[in-house]
Design a protein around this ligand. Structure first.
Ligand code: 9WN
Length: 427
């Protein structure tokens, strides 16, 4: 294992700041130097969360710059491109062609997909912990309408199953690109994707089906990023428990933020209740939440770290919380991992300790599960998740992800959300 001398809290905090300083572009934070040269959607929410207690202005700037890429439909894109680095990442702006779409923002090029809607939650976190109260209040007033529009988009354009949940239409939208949860829906594309030869470099992530990923993007783009096309034809549509658990948490955040913005919290409360019922009715099976493949018409059997997303909801019934916590602490996840939480259950055939979202542990999902444990009063679990996550970064540095057995770092170095969330965990 690649370990380094353990560093104390003060040194770890300084190292985290230096990563965030190096990855700051002047208006936003890129996920990592080199590989990810643009602004990514949920990465920026984690950066804002990590900065919330320390730097209200920069936390706010992170969200403001991301929302500059918001489409008039309310959709918040998964990448906001930096012009100077245009084709430094594939697929770049020339593939997405956002500028051709009448609803895209003027003067900013973006992708056409979204990512987990953690934005309202991140804004609430900033509001809750801000030392600079006036800046935080102004930020809430400025961003609240944009976030309400984002939620409106999800409800209107993404309820492809008609049951009250938002569907992802591409694995990239989950933020957990090559999770085994998408294997079956992607395998069903084999017939269709053979009719198309996509142009693009080989995938960065083994097993991530790069040609199918690009093929799905091109189909959606060529259909004009049209919600009717998504409903009627798009071949990949999945209800992900993490995406929807995050959406629910963000609805609850808007309930808290609405009065600050002079708005009515009622619709957000109703939306949250609607999502909770839909999660329980549509995604719960055999003691855990599972992704629903809308095109295949079935739940995906494998449990992943995404299965615990609905635990972010303080209103989740206590017997469901207890069942989820048992699975999380069992040898299927934390019980057999030296460094929790593996991104896929260890007993699954698809589990791979070294491959991105197919096994490794990630700081962002650990942070979300620590938060979930805390909202349900599971203090020991929350404590273990916090200390184990800090142990990972103390030993391995701010890596993109980590081997769940020996804690060795994987993927990019100097990864922004690993650094930012460390600042929160150190608080
Ligand atoms: C595609 C930026 C992003 C994260 C995702 C992570 C990875 C991109 C990629 O990097 O996805 O969006 O190129 O694989 O899976 O969670 O937002 O850090």
């Amino acid at each position: 294992m690649e370990a380094r001398a353990a560093v104390d809290d003060a040194a770890l905090g300084r190292e985290a700041w230096s990563v965030l300083t190096a990855n700051w572009t002047g208006s936003a934070t890129v996920p990592a130097p080199g590989l990810y040269p643009h602004q990514w959607n949920w990465d920026s929410t984690f950066v804002a969360i990590g900065l919330a207690r320390w730097d209200t202005r920069r936390a706010g700037a992170e969200l403001v710059s991301l929302l500059a890429g918001q489409w008039r439909t309310g959709m918040v894109p998964h990448i906001v491109f930096r012009p100077a680095h245009a084709e430094g990442y594939f697929p770049g702006p020339s593939v997405w062609r956002s500028e051709d779409h009448p609803d895209s923002p003027h003067g900013v090029r973006t992708s056409g997909l979204t990512q987990p809607p953690l934005h309202a939650f991140a804004l609430w976190w900033v509001w809750r912990y801000a030392t600079d109260r006036d800046t935080a209040a102004a930020l809430v007033r400025r961003l609240y309408p944009m976030l309400a529009a984002q939620h409106g988009y999800l409800a209107a354009a993404r309820d492809l199953g008609g049951g009250g949940l938002a569907a992802i239409v591409h694995p990239w939208e989950s933020g957990m690109d090559d999770s085994p949860a998408w294997d079956a829906p992607l395998a069903a594309l084999t017939q269709v994707h053979r009719t198309h030869r996509s142009a693009g470099p080989p995938g960065r992530h083994p097993g991530s089906n790069p040609d199918r990923y690009v093929w799905l993007v091109l189909r959606y783009r060529d259909a004009g990023y049209d919600p009717a096309y998504l409903r009627q034809e798009h071949p990949f549509a999945v209800e992900d428990p993490m995406f929807n658990g995050i959406w629910l948490a963000s609805c609850q955040a808007l309930v808290e933020l609405a009065p600050v913005a002079g708005a009515d919290p009622g619709p957000h409360r109703e939306q949250a209740e609607h999502i909770r019922s839909a999660l329980l009715e549509r995604l719960w099976d055999d003691g855990a939440f599972h992704a629903r493949d809308l095109r295949g018409g079935r739940l995906v059997p494998v449990c992943t770290v995404g299965s615990f997303g609905p635990m972010l909801d303080p209103g989740l019934p206590s017997e469901r919380v207890a069942q989820l916590a048992r699975v999380l602490e069992s040898p299927r996840f934390m019980g057999a991992a030296g460094y929790p939480v593996p991104s896929c259950e260890i007993r699954a055939q698809e589990f791979d300790r070294s491959c991105y979202w197919r096994g490794p542990s990630w700081v962002n999902t650990n942070w979300l599960l620590r938060r979930a444990a805390a909202v349900h009063g599971l203090t020991t679990l929350a404590h273990v998740l916090g200390t184990c996550t800090l142990r990972l970064v103390r030993q391995g540095g701010f890596r993109e992800c980590f081997d769940p057995f020996d804690g060795s770092g994987r993927g990019s170095r100097d990864f922004s959300w690993s650094a930012a969330l460390t600042l929160d965990l150190l608080a």
